[in-house]
Design a protein around this ligand. Structure first.
Ligand SMILES: Nc1nc2c(ncn2[C@@H]2O[C@H](COP(=O)(O)OP(=O)(O)OP(=O)(O)O)[C@@H](O)[C@H]2O)c(=O)[nH]1
Length: 537
């Protein structure tokens, strides 16, 4: 097996390798299931880190493993099957060893903040552009540089462009037409192979399914339609460098058999999922309220009333209409299963259950449920938290603040924005709003609150930061924003913003913090705009 250098995924790789070696030595089904769990855990880890190429390789291995789980009688597997799996494992380990996820570095011209805080650092991006699309590439490069990305340009014909250790965050392919030719697909395939950890974008694809499928097969992760502005890709890249902190998944198990619920909860725990079990479905509403699960695993046959009846009740309540409900039951009657799905269930799994399948179903359903919930909290124009979500987050920050904890809230407003709209039109105004949103995303930290509070007004909250440091940080962003060109048909315009700051716990409620920061913002406007003022409390 390929020898591995020290690597950030070491623990997971070690678990995967030793479990495989144990299975190779003893050939027991239980060991194979443990190995399957290790493969699943590594695949999820790569997905979380947004390393699409490695995720894909790992998922390929996972599929091959799942197909061979079978039962105790099918283990140890035949020697040829073992060799085939060993080859897949070697290919995966080889790719991991050669791919080095890019390490963030501080921008050369950026000074370290006065007190060291982990503000976002740039990453490198490659742009592969056709000769007649250099203008699009130039515009994108300028924007990417402003948002702190390092850009490397190359043509479609370039060969051997890969420098060792130079794995980019993303590669942007800008083709001459809207359909990829065979040579272009080959170029993308070569890049996919060379950069398994990078996200590959193809800009300007026609909205026709066949060419998009061909691009995906060649290794493209995101095909951007030709009617979407190329600059939108900047936002997607900023999303890539901001991994949202994830709360652990929570599953409520409704199951009257103690043995079954213990087994289910143990499987969930092994996959890093929190669970809570109740034996009496009569307690469902009360526990849903207190535990707030992301999914219910529901038994079908229970005393008093059954799982389908419980599901029907939940589906009549607006709070639980979209909550995923998966039946886990020994019921083998297909008619009953179909009826259970018609009456509100999302999926039907049979007991005794396959632990890997159960975990995969639970995780994918929860991931989709959380994505859907997230979309109701996000502002469509900028991708930031919307007004109500930002307000709720600030309230939660105040309520959960430990004694002695401090943070600073900023209200930010673009100067003379009405004139931008009036002179250049609404779409250009929108681009200016996006520009500021992206700059904030690029420059602030993962744990900072950034929201679009109103039209051209933003709210920011910086944990562990006093007003003086917050002023330094926002002032730097203010200067960069003033230098950011916003293109319009006649050239480029420049905009500025003003900001007001208020500090917790000097001001100790969410409403008073926004009010106080708003007051300081008004002062900044009165004092001439393009400045950051601290509220005097
Ligand atoms: N393009 C665009 N404009 C918006 C959006 N939301 C609000 N606006 C416009 O933003 C402008 C805000 O203008 P004002 O509140 O008068 O303030 P201002 O011109 O920015 O002036 P000062 O804040 O005093 O510097 C209004 O013309 C709104 O129509 C939006 O989503 N897109």
């Amino acid at each position: 097996m390929t020898a591995l250098p020290p690597h950030p995924f070491d623990d997971r790789l070690y678990a995967l390798r030793t479990r495989w070696e144990q299975y190779v030595a003893d050939g027991q089904l239980e060991q194979f299931i443990e190995f399957a769990v290790a493969v699943n855990s590594l695949a999820e880890h790569f997905a979380r880190l947004r390393l699409p190429g490695l995720s894909r390789l790992c998922e390929g291995l996972e599929n091959a493993v799942l197909a061979r789980i079978g039962d105790a009688g099918s283990h140890p597997m035949r020697p040829q099957e073992m060799v085939a799996l060993q080859r897949q494992i070697d290919a995966l380990f080889g790719s991991i060893a050669t791919s080095q996820p890019s390490v963030p570095v501080r921008r050369a011209e950026e000074k370290a903040p006065a007190r060291d805080l982990e503000w976002h650092r740039p990453r490198s991006v490659w742009i592969v552009a056709a000769a007649d699309r250099e203008d699009v590439a130039d515009g994108l490069q300028r924007q990417l540089n402003y948002f702190g990305f390092r850009v490397l340009r190359m043509g479609w014909d370039a060969e051997g462009e890969v420098e060792p250790g130079e794995a980019p965050l993303a590669v942007l392919f800008i083709p001459a037409g809207s359909t990829a030719e065979a040579a272009e697909l080959a170029r993308i395939e070569a890049c996919r192979k060379a950069c398994p950890a990078s996200q590959l974008f193809y800009l300007g694809v026609a909205s026709v399914i066949d060419p998009i499928v061909a691009l995906m097969r060649a290794g493209i992760d995101v095909a951007i339609p030709d009617d979407e502005q190329p600059s939108m890709v900047v936002n997607r890249l900023l999303d890539l460098i901001q991994t949202e902190e994830q709360e652990r998944y929570r599953v409520l198990v409704v199951e009257d058999s103690r043995v079954a619920s213990t087994l289910i909860c143990r499987t969930l725990t092994e996959h890093g999922i929190d669970s809570h079990a109740i034996a009496d479905p009569g307690r469902l509403l009360e526990v849903l309220e207190s535990y707030r699960p992301d999914l219910i695993l529901m038994d079908m046959h229970m005393p008093r009333f059954n799982g389908v009846e419980a599901t029907r009740v939940l589906r009549q309540m607006s709070a639980y209409q979209t909550l995923p409900i998966v039946y886990l039951s020994g019921e083998s009657n297909i008619g009953m299963q179909v009826e259970a799905l018609r009456l509100g269930g999302d999926q039907f799994l049979i007991k005794p259950f396959n632990p890997v399948l159960l975990a995969a179903v639970v995780k994918t359903k929860i991931a989709r449920f959380r994505d859907m919930q997230r979309s109701t909290r996000v502002d469509g124009l900028t991708g930031l938290l919307n007004h109500s979500a930002a307000k709720a987050r600030l309230k939660a920050m105040v309520e959960s603040a430990a004694p002695g904890e401090r943070f600073t809230v900023a209200m930010i407003d673009i100067d003379h924005f009405k004139a931008v709209n009036d002179t250049y039109g609404h779409p250009v105004g929108d681009q200016v709003i996006r520009g500021l949103a992206w700059l904030l995303k690029a420059r602030l930290r993962e744990g900072d609150l950034i929201g679009r509070y109103g039209g051209e007004e933003f709210i920011v909250a910086l944990p562990g930061t006093d007003p003086a440091l917050a002023q330094t940080v926002l002032d730097r962003i203010r200067v960069d924003f003033a230098a950011l060109p916003h293109t319009h048909p006649g050239g480029a315009l420049y905009a500025t913003f003003s900001a007001g700051l208020a500090a917790y716990p000097t001001v100790d409620s969410a409403a008073a913090l926004t009010e106080s920061a708003d007051g300081a913002l008004l002062d900044a406007k009165r004092l001439g705009r393009n400045r950051v003022e601290i509220a005097d409390c």
